[in-house]
Design a protein around this ligand. Structure first.
Ligand code: HEM
Ligand code: HEM
Length: 189
């Protein structure tokens, strides 16, 4: 019985569950980054507390970089467990999924790096991780600040477009969420 369950649900191994748990933690971080980032960029410069929002945005951005490293190591573990047993079938469906997931990984790396480029170009020692000043990745250069802002802006919103595409691709899971929320609502009313 257990054997046949293992055969029918090979994706549910512990490394994959671990990968998906990092996936959802990072998802919460991205919600905070997108909502916070969009808001703070539109606040008046003289507003008290605006700098705190910037520091929080940068800290959560750096946190996603640390989680990304952990996620890539876990993904390698998942692949190792899976593909040392059996190579994938290189179907168009598999290729499409790999291309979309690879693009998402590239954005998860490039968006925070562009944030560093923007912040470091503006002023050195400008990125703090919950109070700890981090070393600069890029030299200070006021001529590149506008370029940095544009790159961060466009990469962030293109990333968002790919996330939406991925959400559409996983629409069965989204429908499942709604069903669960609705069932809970009906039960509690
Ligand atoms: C915040 C942005 C998101 C990013 C960057 C992202 C990225 C990814 C990536 C790269 C994978 C492949 C597994 C991995 O390497 O982790 C994946 C898997 C998955 N994602 Fe997302 N995702 C996001 C949001 C969502 C949302 C909103 C949903 C809701 C439906 C979702 C549902 C799933 C599911 C169900 C899988 C597993 C697919 C499978 O079995 O192969 N993701 N996601
Ligand atoms: C995946 C991680 C990140 C995401 C998704 C993200 C997303 C965003 C978004 C959506 C905005 C608003 C852009 C606008 O509407 O003008 C923004 C602004 C900003 N981000 Fe990020 N960000 C990330 C990481 C970082 C990091 C690591 C840093 C710095 C080290 C950073 C620094 C900034 C700054 C300084 C702004 C303000 C831009 C302005 O005032 O025009 N971000 N970010």
């Amino acid at each position: 019985m257990t054997q046949s369950l293992k055969k029918t649900k090979p994706r549910k191994n512990s490394a994959f569950k671990h990968l998906m748990s990092i996936h959802w933690w990072m998802f919460y971080c991205y919600i905070a980054l997108f909502i916070g980032g969009t808001l703070m960029a539109r606040l008046p410069r003289e507003l008290i507390g605006r700098n705190l929002l910037y520091d929080f945005h940068k800290s959560v951005g750096v946190l996603t970089m640390a989680l990304l490293t952990w996620r890539i190591l876990t993904l390698l573990q998942v692949w190792w467990k899976k593909y040392t047993k059996r190579l994938p079938k290189y179907s168009p469906e598999w290729m499409r999924k790999v291309a979309l997931h690879t693009s998402l990984y590239l954005f998860m790396w490039a968006v925070p790096v562009s944030g560093f480029f923007f912040s470091n170009s503006f002023r050195s020692d400008n990125v703090r991780f919950f109070g700890i000043t981090l070393p600069d990745m890029f030299p200070q250069n006021s001529a590149l600040v506008d370029l940095g802002r544009n790159i961060h802006f466009w990469l962030a919103y293109t990333f968002l477009a790919f996330i939406i595409l991925h959400g559409i691709d996983q629409r069965k899971v989204v429908k499942g969420f709604w069903r669960r929320i609705n069932t809970r609502r009906i039960k509690s009313s």
